[in-house]
Ligand binder design. Sequence first.
Ligand code: ADP
Ligand code: ZN
Ligand code: ZN
Length: 777
Amino acid sequence: MSSAGRREADRPDSPGAARSADAIPAPAGLRPPVSDLVDVALPLPLDRTFVYRVPEGVSPPPAGGRVVVGFGRRRVVGFAVGPVAAAPAGVRVRPLLEVVDREPVLSASEIALAGWIARYYVAPLGLVLRLFFPPGGTYAVAEGEAAAPARAPERLHVLPADAPPAGEDLDALARAPAQQAVWEAARRLPGPVEQAAFCRSAGVSPGAVRALALRGWIRVEPRPVDRDPYADAPLPEPAPEGPLTEAQATAVAAIREALTGEGGALLLEGVTGSGKTRVYVEAVAATLEAGGRAIVLVPEIGLAAPTVARFRARFGDRVAVLHSGLSDGERVGAWRRIREGLSPVVIGARSALFAPVGRAALVVVDEEHDAAYKQDETPRYWARDVAVYRAALEGAVAVLGSATPALETRTNADAGKYARRVLPARIRDRPLPPVEVVDLAAVEMVAPGLSRPLVEAMESALGAGDQTILFLNRRGFSAFLQCLDCGWVAGCPNCRISLTFHRAAPRLLCHYCAHAEPPPTACPECAGRELDHRGLGTQQVEDAVAARFPTARITRMDLDTTGPRGAHARIYSAMTAREIDVLVGTQMIAKGFDLPGVALVGVVSADTALHFPDFRSAERTFQLLVQVAGRAGRGDVPGRVLVQTWMPRHPVITAAAAHDYESFLRREMVERSGLGYPPARRLANVVVSGPEESAVEAGAERVAKRLRGRGARGVEVVGPAPCPLERLRGRARWHLLLKSESAAALEWTLWELVGAAERLVGSSARLEIDRDPLDLL
Ligand code: ADP
Ligand code: ZN
Ligand code: ZN
């Protein structure tokens, strides 16, 4: 990035800034108008833009501004990219139907960021630009409908009463007690309040409010609602905090220095309870002091109530919370407050990275390793990485916090691309709970999934009136073959992921490189004959617990039971209220649970996560175990953590048991390098899908042939193979992995592939690209 670009990006509000994009890497064409032709990006899966004509007498739309155009027989809301000198030969240029935004809506750096995301993730610019606008609103332009500028819904508000009424009026009021109550309450209002809420809290009727308003004593008027889901909910009162610890002070000083200097990214590493959130709060305070704006990303906003409470306690209503539960209208309202600078602090999930702050002086990414930061549809961006790029573009600061940093992040820190600060211990030196590893080969099983040591630990927890959480990884579609005598698991000789057992053939298949072999009849390690491919489900474990502890109150929580939104919150509050003794669930219950009543955490099988056919399975298992262990012993009860496994000496298990990230990291980096997985090399997943398996397979073969034949210099091609999820929503799926030392070579190859996609896979199949994939499912 050039220094000129940084200076420009510092002044997003300066007149014309959105147009003077020469200095920064921006989509082509953001130059002063030279013709009446404008390039438009459409929010459709198309890797190109389209030229339209600005009708006479209409001023051209600003770069990034929304326009309505005809596309085929549809009306579509698109984004003006900028003027173009000429249309492609032989194309009939249609006029713009409407210019929605007259003023620039995006800053120069936001437009540059969109351009970068589109290029890097090989995604249509129109789909990327859509991230910067609240869903709903103008987007939902159906055929024949005009686009209206997005507006927040309006409701009646009661305004604070100012001048007291004259003497004789007060007498009249005394004869109307209901109206007097309204007046008293309105006098005490700090600001406008929604009428419905006013009536509820003052115990008055809307009729009395109307009567008083008619007399002119109070004012009632329609105003946009900026409802925030946390506004009514009582938030947990944050505990008072003392001065910063030395480690916290060092981290805050580094962030302050970066804020006033060149900016940059900083990895904040520290176990749960080491004081990271406090550092974020101080960093935001420093940002606001300097007049800047901040974005705080959390993996799931619905689970972030304690974090939100701490920011609210410090910054009050300057905090905007972008919640997935917001209606479209509410989101538009929040967007407006942010754009107007009323809420200089934005907290939300990954999409909050695109809130209209203009320039984000600070972006915090909490639990940066979390998979929720990867978007699983086009554009498939990693919010963590985009946050770092956004900060670089704006000369701003990105703070990435985690107890178990993603290998990519830690590698960047070790390479000096990010600064790194460590919070080495828990606040007040509270110990981390010890993790006891239960060797399944050496213990008696009392019931399916329940070993004697686990059952005994549960008995004593129940006896003491404490709560237990049992974790079981989602088994899902993938079955690996495991020896029940020694724990051996069938793995791919090429890819070192476990082979998936297919019952029909029967055969063992690698879903990365398509290596296949017949399942052995005996274990190659110990000659044992009991080879299992079924594993345990949460339902089975729940039944076993119920049979063993008939009086215990048991609840199961997994994908089947948490379908409706809010189930997670319900179970959480039932746990807090001690209405549940034993909670059985998948790792989703590890997130955001801070439960002082939990004395025992049992991991039913660490192996399920470890043998998931995925190159990140070791990392995910390590993160899961560390996170799960952090759930025990949060209160005064000392916690116990029991992890059942067939592989008690597996380095991932021993490292997690010792809370030893460094030893996990060293070993896993060697593994990844040996096989050319990230972060050692750059990776992309190319998926071909369609209704017809044979057409999909043939298309994938043609893609592989082309890549191997030419064009893919410096890129290794693995596959094609059926995806681990062989069918999804009625479509057959095949994939290829592209690995490269060079980001540039990979990017070039991917764009070249996109250009040829239709010819290669045919019209019935589709080619999708996932760069820096989270998984290869
Ligand atoms: P993390 O985000 O790493 O989990 P927190 O910032 O939530 O850590 O801190 C853990 C606990 O310690 C919280 O209850 C917090 O209020 C408290 N805490 C944080 N910093 C301090 C401090 N400097 N002095 C006293 N208590 C602190
Ligand atoms: Zn064996
Ligand atoms: Zn393989």
